[in-house]
Design a protein around this ligand. Structure first.
Ligand SMILES: Nc1ncnc2c1ncn2[C@@H]1O[C@H](COP(=O)(O)OP(=O)(O)OP(=O)(O)O)[C@@H](O)[C@H]1O
Length: 346
């Protein structure tokens, strides 16, 4: 659906050239929710703005649904842009227009007749759950409601692609959940391809099918969300994964346990997809040769299955502990030994 090939973007500034993107190759499949995660300054905004040509690449090619974006005439680009909706962190609504008229705005520009506009606006208001708020002005809406207007407006021309530029970063956690649920809902109902940029791994975990990690203007890691969570390769990806798989409280708890049982083996297990549904732990507990203590754990859902982590203390003879770890690994669970059993001091 979307292909980026050899994309580079330089900005000329007073102090010299800024290399915002340093050679990006990316493919997004039709109907997927694709997340790009990176820290501030990594190049996320530049990347997403290139897809609808709000920015032009310095080098490389961008193809959206068969159209080579950088070669299009002005008129063809205007038409191609109708296939690409966009929502923003700060909503970018027109403050002098009410909800209904904000949503109708792109339809007016496209020359859609009044009656058809009204039908479409009503349908969109229903889709985003804003019934009863049609006549409210942006200043009278909560953040979540404003983003719902932004989403409805972005969908007015029936785009095939929705670009989300940090769409939940200005919202509180509960509202973030509701907006993310809405994005999944429209992805499923409309078969819309969604590309979002974020610095929050929680957003990736909750709604994305695929993820790319961007750092210093290049994609350093990419793949199915569950695979990336199961075994992140790069240090930056590991840091992002930690945002959702371990909180500071459980880190503290594990630290304390390490001090209390300095000679035991402590292992962190990551279950993803199928592995999360197997009775791995109950099987492990049946192995009488070792003691297993559960230290901490959590389980959550992604779009492609469950994701869980569990920290265990394994006590017993070294070969038996090793057997237990091998058994767990053979069930498709990733095991990271965070403390090896030490030899008893004689
Ligand atoms: N118009 C511009 N002129 C000059 N430099 C720019 C411009 N836009 C972005 N940059 C630079 O390009 C790099 C990438 O910026 P970009 O905004 O794409 O990153 P980001 O990952 O979206 O960060 P943030 O989350 O803080 O917005 C940064 O070094 C930024 O300073």
């Amino acid at each position: 659906m979307i292909k980026l090939k050899g994309i580079k973007k330089f900005y000329k500034t007073k102090t010299g050239l800024v290399n915002a993107l340093n050679g990006i190759d990316l493919e997004v499949n039709k109907g997927d929710i694709f997340g790009v995660i990176g820290y501030s300054g990594a190049g996320k905004s530049t990347l997403i703005r290139l897809i609808n040509m709000l920015e032009k690449p310095s080098e490389g090619r961008i193809n959206v649904d068969g159209s080579e974006m950088s070669t299009l005439s002005k008129k063809a680009l205007r038409d191609a842009r109708k296939q690409i909706g966009m929502i923003f962190q700060h909503f970018n609504l027109l403050w002098s227009r009410n909800v209904k008229d904000n949503i109708a705005f792109p339809l007016e520009i496209a020359g859609v007749p009044k009656r058809e506009r009204e039908r479409k606006v009503k349908e969109l208001i229903h889709l985003v759950g804003l019934e009863g708020r049609e006549s409210a002005y942006p200043s009278q809406l909560s953040g979540g409601q404003k983003q719902r207007v932004g989403i409805a407006r972005a969908l007015a021309n029936d785009p095939k692609v929705l670009l989300c530029d940090e769409a939940t970063s200005a919202l509180d956690p509960k509202t973030t959940e509701a907006i993310l649920d809405l994005l999944v809902d429209i992805n499923q109902k409309l078969g819309l391809t969604i590309i979002l940029i974020t610095h929050e791994m929680h957003v990736i975990k909750k709604i994305c099918h695929q993820v790319a990690v961007i750092d210093n203007g290049i994609i350093v890691e990419e793949g199915e969300v569950l695979d990336v969570f199961r075994s992140p390769q790069m240090a930056i990806t590991k840091d992002f994964v930690k945002q959702v798989t371990s909180d500071s409280e459980s880190e503290e708890a594990v630290k304390l346990i390490k001090q209390t049982y300095p000679s035991a083996t402590i292992a962190r297990l990551t279950f993803a997809g199928e592995a999360a549904n197997r009775p791995v732990i109950s099987e492990l507990l049946k192995q009488e040769a070792i003691d297993v203590n559960l230290l901490e754990g959590n389980l959550s859902q992604t779009q492609r299955g469950a994701l869980g982590t569990l920290t265990l203390l394994l006590d017993g003879e070294a070969p038996k502990v090793k057997d237990a770890i091998t058994f767990v690994e053979n069930q498709g669970v990733v095991v990271e030994v965070i403390q090896h059993a030490s030899e008893p001091v004689s």
